[in-house]
Design a protein around this ligand. Structure first.
Ligand code: NAD
Ligand code: UDP
Length: 336
C-alpha cells in the first residue's frame, strides 16, 4: 500500500516508515519539519533501501494533504503530526488545539475528498482518566485529564468516531501508545529532543553522555514496589510494527487498541538498565514528585494480540542499549 505518514519525519514516524517498507509498503512523508529534519527521512530511506518521498508542508491545511494524496497515489494515512509536550500544552493550549485537532480534521477532510478510507491515528495512554496497571481499552476515556495535550488526543478519538459514524466506508484504527523508547539498532535514527528532555529515557541518555549533570528521580514514595513511578516502556520498533499490523487489519469502523508490552518498569529499573548499557553508575538524586504524574500506567495489550496478531517482543534492556548506541553515534542528534 502507498501510505502517507503525516508527521512522518519524527521519532515514531521514521521508524514506522522503515517497518512499512520492510513489509512491502511504500511510505510517503508529509511533515512541516517543526520538530524534525530532512536528514531523519534520508536516513530512514537508507535503512529501508528505497526512496521515501518527503513533502514539506502543514498537515493542518487540507489542500496540502490533498495534493500529497493525489501526487503520490495514496491509499492509507497514518496521522502522527502534532505537538506532544505535556508541559508546553499547559502554557500554550491554543497552539495544541489548533495544531493537533486542526491537522486531524484537515487530514480526514482531504482523505474524504480523495476517496482514501484507511486511517491510523497516534493516540496515547494519557486519554485514560484513571491511570493504573493493566489498562483495558474499555476503561473510561474523557477530557478530564489535567492537561490540554491529553485532551486533544481524547477529542480527536471522538472526531474519528464521529467521522466513521457518518461514513461507513471509513476504516480507522486508534492506537493508544504507552511509553515509546529505544531507537533503530543501526544507530542511524532515534529520538532527537529539542532543549531539555522532559521524558525519562532521553534525559538519561544525556546524563550518560555527560551533557546533563544528574538524573532527578521524581519521587520515591509512590505505592509501587521500589517507590518510583512505573510505566509500560515499549521499543519504538515494536510500536512501528504495531502500525503495520493495524494498517493490514483495518475494517470498516474504528478499531481502538493499546500498544504496550503489558510489563511495568520503574524509574530505578530504567536507571539500572542504562547503567548496565553504559558500564558504570550514573549520577542521580531523588527529588519531590512531578505534579500530575501517576504512580503507575501499564497496558493490557491483549486486544492488540487478538485483533492485530501483534505483540511487543523486545526487552527494556534492548531498548536502552539501542538508545545508548543512537546517543553515542549522534551526540547532536540529526544536527551532525
Ligand atoms: P515527533 O515530534 O518526533 O513527531 C511529530 C512530527 O510531526 C514531527 O516530525 C513534526 O515536525 C511534525 N509536525 C508537527 N506539526 C505538524 C503539522 N502541522 N504538519 C506537519 N507535520 C507536523 O513526535 P513522536 O514522538 O514521533 O510522536 C508522533 C505522534 O505520536 C504524535 O502525535 C504524538 O502525540 C504521539 N504520541 C507520542 C508519544 C511519545 O511518547 N513519543 C506517546 C503517545 C503518543
Ligand atoms: N521521571 C523522572 N525523572 C525525569 C523524567 C521522568 O523521575 O527526569 C519519571 C516520571 O516521574 C515517570 C517516569 O519517569 O514516573 C516516566 O516519565 P516520562 O516523562 O518519560 O513519561 P510519562 O510520565 O509521560 O509517562
Amino acid at each position: 500500500m502507498r501510505v502517507l505518514l503525516t508527521g512522518g519525519a519524527g521519532f515514531i514516524g521514521t521508524h514506522t516508515a522503515v517497518a512499512l517498507a520492510e513489509h512491502g509498503h511504500e511510505p510517503v512523508v508529509l511533515d512541516d519539519l517543526s520538530n524534525a529534519s530532512e536528514e531523519a527521512v534520508r536516513r530512514a530511506a537508507a535503512i529501508a533501501g528505497l526512496e521515501i518521498p518527503l513533502v514539506v508542508g502543514d498537515a493542518g491545511d487540507a489542500a496540502v494533504v490533498g495534493r500529497a494524496i493525489a501526487d503520490h497515489g495514496i491509499e492509507a494515512v497514518i496521522h502522527f503530526a502534532g505537538l506532544k509536550a505535556v508541559g508546553e500544552s499547559v502554557a500554550q493550549p491554543l497552539a495544541y488545539y489548533r495544531v493537533n485537532i486542526g491537522s486531524a480534521v484537515a487530514t480526514l477532510e482531504a482523505m474524504a475528498a480523495h476517496g482514501v478510507d484507511r486511517f491510523v491515528f497516534s493516540s496515547s495512554a494519557t486519554v485514560y482518566e484513571q491511570p493504573g496497571a493493566g489498562l483495558r481499552e474499555d476503561a473510561p476515556v474523557g477530557i478530564d485529564l489535567g492537561n490540554p495535550y491529553g485532551r486533544t488526543k481524547a477529542m480527536i478519538e471522538a472526531i474519528v468516531a464521529d467521522a466513521a459514524a457518518a461514513d461507513p466506508a471509513l476504516r480507522a484504527a486508534v492506537l493508544r501508545y504507552f511509553n515509546p523508547i529505544g531507537a533503530h539498532p543501526s544507530g542511524e535514527i532515534g529520538e532527537d529532543p529539542k532543549g531539555v528532555p522532559n521524558n525519562l529515557v532521553p534525559f538519561l541518555a544525556q546524563v550518560a553522555a555527560g551533557e546533563r549533570a544528574s538524573l532527578r528521580i521524581f519521587g520515591d514514595d509512590y505505592p509501587t514496589p521500589d517507590g518510583t513511578g512505573v510505566r509500560d516502556y515499549i521499543h519504538v520498533l515494536d510500536l512501528a510494527e504495531g502500525h503495520v499490523a493495524a494498517l493490514e487489519a483495518l475494517e470498516p469502523g474504528v478499531l481502538v487498541a493499546n500498544l504496550g508490552t503489558g510489563r511495568g518498569g520503574s524509574v530505578l529499573e530504567v536507571l539500572r538498565a542504562f547503567e548496565a548499557a553504559v558500564g558504570h553508575d550514573l549520577p542521580h538524586e531523588v527529588v519531590p514528585r512531578r505534579p500530575g504524574d501517576a504512580a503507575i500506567s501499564t497496558a493490557d495489550p491483549s486486544r492488540a494480540h487478538e485483533l492485530l496478531a501483534w505483540r511487543a517482543t523486545r526487552t527494556l534492556d534492548e531498548a536502552i542499549a539501542d538508545t545508548w548506541r543512537w546517543q553515542q553515534r549522534n551526540p547532536r542528534g540529526f544536527r551532525g
